[in-house]
Design a protein around this ligand. Structure first.
Ligand code: AR6
Length: 179
C-alpha cells in the first residue's frame, strides 16, 4: 500500500527491516542500547558487531525513552541505523503516546539532519513493549504524514511490518487517513 502525503510517500510492506535498501533504517531499541531480541536482535545479527561497538563508544549513557541515536549500519544495505527507544506500554496513562510520537519525531529529524531521502521504520513498541498495535499505528502514521506534508527532503517512509496482523492494523489506519 502506497499513499502520497505532500512531496513524499508512505509505503506499507510486510517484511524484514534488515533487508531494506533505504538510506536509513530504524531500530526498536532499549534505553541501555543493549542488544535485545525482536527487531533489535535481527539488526545487530545482520549488521554485525560494528553497530554495538559504535553505540557503546558514542552513547555510554544510553538513550532516553522517546528519543533516538544514530550509528552507521555495518553490513546492512542502509547507510545509517537510528536506534529509537519507544515506551513500554503501562496502560496508556504514563505519557506513552507522547513518548512514542517523540521517538518517531526524533528519527524524522535525524533523517533530515543526515539528508536521507528514504527511511524505513518497524512498528516501534508493539512487540516486547506491548503497545497496542492499533494505537501505535495511529501515532506512527500521523506523525510521519505530518512531516511529509511539511517541507522535507524525505521522499519515502516505508513501514516494514513483520506479521500480517500488524500490517492489517497499519493498513486500516492509513485508509482512514485518506478521507
Ligand atoms: N523486521 C521488521 N520488524 C520486526 C523484525 C524484523 N526483522 N523482527 C521483529 N519485528 P520488538 P519493542 C517486529 O519487540 O516492542 C528488544 O529486546 C515485531 O514483530 O522488536 O519496541 C529491544 O532491545 C514487532 O511488530 O520492539 C527492547 O528491549 C515490532 O518489530 C525491546 O525489544 C517491534 O517489536 C523493544 O520492544
Amino acid at each position: 500500500m502506497i499513499v502520497q502525503f505532500g512531496s513524499g510517500r508512505i509505503e506499507l510492506v510486510l517484511g524484514d527491516i534488515t533487508r531494506q535498501e533505504v538510506d536509513a533504517i530504524v531500530n526498536a531499541a532499549n534505553s541501555m542500547l543493549a542488544v535485545g531480541g525482536g527487531v533489535d536482535g535481527a539488526i545487530h545479527d545482520a549488521g554485525g558487531p560494528a553497530i554495538l561497538e559504535e553505540l557503546q563508544r558514542r552513547y555510554p549513557d544510553g538513550c532516553p525513552t522517546g528519543s533516538a541515536v544514530v550509528t552507521a549500519a555495518g553490513n546492512l544495505a542502509a547507510q545509517y541505523v537510528f536506534h529509537a527507544v519507544g515506551p513500554i506500554w503501562q496502560g496508556g496513562g504514563k505519557k506513552e503516546r507522547e513518548q512514542l510520537q517523540s521517538a518517531y519525531e526524533t528519527c524524522l529529524a535525524l533523517a533530515e539532519k543526515h539528508q536521507c531521502r528514504s527511511l524505513a521504520f518497524p512498528s516501534i513498541s508493539t512487540g516486547v513493549y506491548r503497545y497496542p498495535v492499533d494505537l501505535a499505528a495511529e501515532v506512527a502514521l500521523r506523525t510521519v504524514a505530518l512531516k511529509l506534508e511539511s517541507s522535507t527532503p524525505l521522499e519515502l517512509v516505508r513501514f516494514v511490518l513483520f506479521d500480517q496482523g500488524t500490517f492489517g492494523c497499519y493498513a486500516r489506519v492509513l485508509e482512514t487517513m485518506l478521507v
